[in-house]
Design a binder for this molecule. Structure first.
Ligand code: GUN
Ligand code: ZN
Length: 451
């Protein structure tokens, strides 16, 4: 039996930290081993002094990879991202609805071409590995082929990825719309084809209230009822003009969240992107249904959507997750995303300390996806999705690290200056993937162009 053993400093969370001094919320080993067999973690142990443990492990015919002095952590999780928007990141627009109309609804039409979808899906998975994201929940496009491309690219790298076909039957250009019936049929086919196949998990994805008729939201609710083990992913309360339009389209609803409630789309597996401008009644409803609010800080800053109030939502019992929202978001890195969340929290007078931040990137986001038994920790039995992090990976980072004397200080530096350069290695189900050659690079049809 081949075993791989990773040696280094090991950090994994056990529960949500109550404060920056809550040492019992995590397990930290100054020098430890993680033993991996068949893609899973089978042992996590501390090294005590002599080389006895190491010698014993060598006798077990395991290959030991020594990552000291770097930090081993669970892979990061990104619960809201659009893989189809890679080529519109950083597109200038005054706010959400203009950005959607000018760029997004044009770009996503390209995914009718399955070769294009395959090329972008491959690049997306490689980028996830580069930045240390080992699980993401992605919106694909309205096209069935975009979902096939996404899950094929994930399977080729053995990544645990969540995704689904976007449902949209109005409010967008004709080539980007489906119908309630075709959305139902296509989603059914895709769930049967992909959900639970290998590491793939499916998300039923009505884009948002502005692009679905009541008939289509009804059908989405039917799908959610028929497949309670699948996720529901959508957008909610991101922008004031969007909220006004939702009220105009659904005049009988007491508020925006009520639209999703009416069609049975709220629940513990529902991921609600943004939730920046909710009323108290909406917050109570989100909390009561155990739905997840997904904070997307770089996107909210870039599109000028507003400042998410983590303390208000969490204080009311809402489950909160953290995500990039590429391509409204501006960085693929969950470290950069945490940096932006911290700065928004500062502006709100909150206290998003680094222990809470790294909990959110790992166990917190795993809990938001109800996947904490599989990912998000370095517990025995978990999938071996593991990062090797080095806060001193850059010259300036190395210099700054000379003055860092605590784990919390190191984490805070990682989130403040960290990006893909600080992810030394990404293990996916026990296999080193960042240093491995990319799986099947598909060349572009033509070169890049200006203007
Ligand atoms: N609301 C509906 N669709 C989108 C999208 O693609 N990105 C963002 N940020 N918000 C949305
Ligand atoms: Zn989004």
């Amino acid at each position: 039996m081949t075993r791989t053993i990773l040696r280094g400093r090991i950090l994994t969370f056990l529960r949500e930290p109550e404060s920056e001094r809550d040492k019992s919320s995590y397990r930290y080993l100054e020098d430890g081993f993680i033993t991996i067999e068949n893609g899973r973690i089978v042992e996590v142990a501390e090294v005590h002094g002599s080389g006895a443990y190491e010698a014993q492990k060598f006798n077990e015919e395991a290959s030991i990879i020594d990552h000291r002095p770097h930090l081993l952590m669970p892979g990061f999780i990104d619960p809201h991202i659009h893989y189809s928007q890679m080529q519109i990141v950083g597109s200038y627009a005054p706010s959400l609805l203009e950005w959607l109309n000018r760029y997004t609804f044009v770009e996503e039409q390209k995914f009718a071409d399955s070769a294009h979808a395959a090329r972008i899906a491959g690049a997306f998975m490689d980028e996830m590995i580069r930045v240390g994201t080992t699980t993401a929940a992605a919106f694909c496009t309205v096209h069935k082929a975009s979902v096939d491309a996404y899950f094929r690219a994930a399977a080729a790298r053995n990544l645990l990825m969540i995704g689904g076909k976007v449902l949209m039957d109005r409010g967008a250009p004709k080539p980007l719309t489906d119908t309630p019936q075709s959305a139902y049929d296509d989603t059914k086919t895709l769930i049967n084809q992909w959900h639970g196949k290998g590491r793939a998990l499916y998300a039923i994805a009505p884009r948002f209230a502005l692009t679905s008729t009541p008939e289509q939201l009804e059908i989405a609710g039917v799908l959610a009822r028929e497949h309670p083990d699948c996720y529901v992913e959508t957008h909610l309360n991101e922008n004031l003009a969007e909220i006004a339009e939702a009220a105009r389209l659904f005049p009988d609803s007491p508020h925006y969240t009520g639209i999703y409630e009416k069609f049975g789309l709220l629940g513990p597996k529902t991921l609600l992107g943004h939730v920046i401008h909710p009323t108290d009644a909406e917050i109570a409803l989100i909390a009561e249904t155990r739905s997840v609010s997904v904070h997307c800080p770089t996107s909210n800053l870039f599109l000028g959507s507003g400042l998410f109030d983590r303390e208000r939502l969490a204080g009311a019992g809402v489950r909160v997750a953290l995500a990039t929202d590429i391509g409204g978001g501006t960085s693929y890195s969950m470290l950069q995303t945490l940096d932006a969340a911290y700065k928004i929290s500062q502006l709100r007078g909150g206290r998003l300390h680094p222990l809470l931040g790294f909990y959110m990137l790992t166990l917190g986001n795993a809990r938001a996806l109800a996947l904490e038994d599989r990912i998000g920790t370095l517990s025995v039995g978990s999938d071996a999705d593991i990062l090797v992090l080095d806060a001193g990976a850059t010259p300036a980072g190395g210099l700054r690290m000379e003055t860092v004397s605590s784990l919390a200080g190191e984490l805070f530096l990682l989130q403040t200056i960290g990006d893909d350069r600080h992810v030394v290695e990404t293990y996916v189900a026990g296999k080193a993937m960042k240093s491995a050659p990319p799986a099947g690079v598909v060349e572009p049809k033509q070169g890049g162009h200006l203007g």
